[in-house]
Design a protein around this ligand. Structure first.
Ligand SMILES: Nc1nc2c(ncn2[C@@H]2O[C@H](COP(=O)(O)OP(=O)(O)O)[C@@H](O)[C@H]2O)c(=O)[nH]1
Ligand SMILES: [Mg+2]
Ligand SMILES: [Zn+2]
Length: 263
């Protein structure tokens, strides 16, 4: 018998008198994994994803670079290079924030898309990425993930504007995963638990490999350098020389501190 089957798995099924059973699960390509904190086992959330979008809002309120870095790191920890999707371009000040974020994140190799589910701006570029293969959107609730999908595919009618409530008997509570089929041909993994990023632990020693511009300086002066206060650290030198953004290094230090404390 196969183990747990997750969204995106490719399986072989067999039918016996009208009942379908899963006989085997093909070896997985990519997996998006949420690591367990405090001794909990890691959990595979989805498999065989072609693209993962980190979705944040440009306004009301704009995403902090700390939140963005946290989300990017979680995806990088699964060995997937995410796309940064910034939404709500229609709101005042959003273009300025978008320009700033593009400069930071394109500079370190991320594709950065700006869009507005409301005005339709940027949706064509998003369509190019979402309408091929299987994608997942991760990000906090309220940034417009469902609205963006609705804007791309008028037939979907996903619910929007809902507060995420952990308990309660809300009739809309999504508890199971599914693949949303877009009319343009792409598939989007809709999996509860992509949003509550606080639960996704990454080990302190794996953290630098999840920051591409830090990983590029590896090995540092000596193996196992944590890039905190070690002498002659190439990462700290790059921060001082302005080749690594201070906001990124600040996020690294913060996440490193959390990871070390959670051990
Ligand atoms: N101004 C503006 N509001 C948006 C946009 N996209 C979504 N919203 C609003 O943001 C709220 C949350 O949207 P929703 O799609 O439910 O976010 P999700 O939780 O990430 O799926 C809703 O009130 C939407 O109407 C946008 O591009 N511009
Ligand atoms: Mg939603
Ligand atoms: Zn170092």
């Amino acid at each position: 018998m196969p183990g747990e089957v997750v969204i995106g798995d490719r399986v072989t099924v067999a039918e016996t008198r009208g009942a379908w059973t899963i006989e085997s699960v093909e070896p997985r390509g990519t997996t998006l994994v949420r690591r367990g904190r405090g001794g909990r086992a890691p959990k595979v959330l989805a498999a065989n994803l072609d693209r993962v979008f980190v979705v944040v809002s440009l306004a009301e309120p704009p995403a902090t670079t700390e939140l963005i870095d946290r989300l990017l790191v979680l995806v990088e920890a699964s060995g997937i290079h995410p796309i940064l999707l910034t939404n709500k371009l229609d709101l005042p000040g959003a273009h300025e924030v978008a320009a700033e974020l593009s400069s930071t994140y394109q500079g370190i190799g991320y594709l950065v898309l700006g869009a507005s589910a409301r005005s339709g701006e940027g949706l064509e570029l998003l369509r190019d990425e979402l309408c091929r293969g299987t994608s997942a959107l991760i990000g906090p609730s309220g940034v417009g993930k469902s609205s963006l999908l609705n804007a791309l595919d008028r037939g979907l009618a996903l619910r929007t504007g809902e507060l995420s409530v952990k308990t309660g008997t809300g009739k809309h509570t999504t508890s199971s995963s599914r693949l949303i089929e877009l009319e343009c041909g792409g598939r989007v993994a809709d999996t509860p638990g992509f949003g509550d990023v606080g639960l996704w632990g990454v080990a302190a020693e794996d953290l630098a490999s999840c920051f591409p511009e830090l990983a590029a300086l590896d090995p540092c002066r000596f193996r196992g350098c944590a890039h905190l206060q070690e002498p002659d650290c190439a990462v700290r030198a790059a921060v001082e020389a302005g080749r690594i953004r201070e906001s990124r290094y600040r996020s690294y230090r913060k996440l490193h501190g959390e990871a070390a404390a959670a051990r």
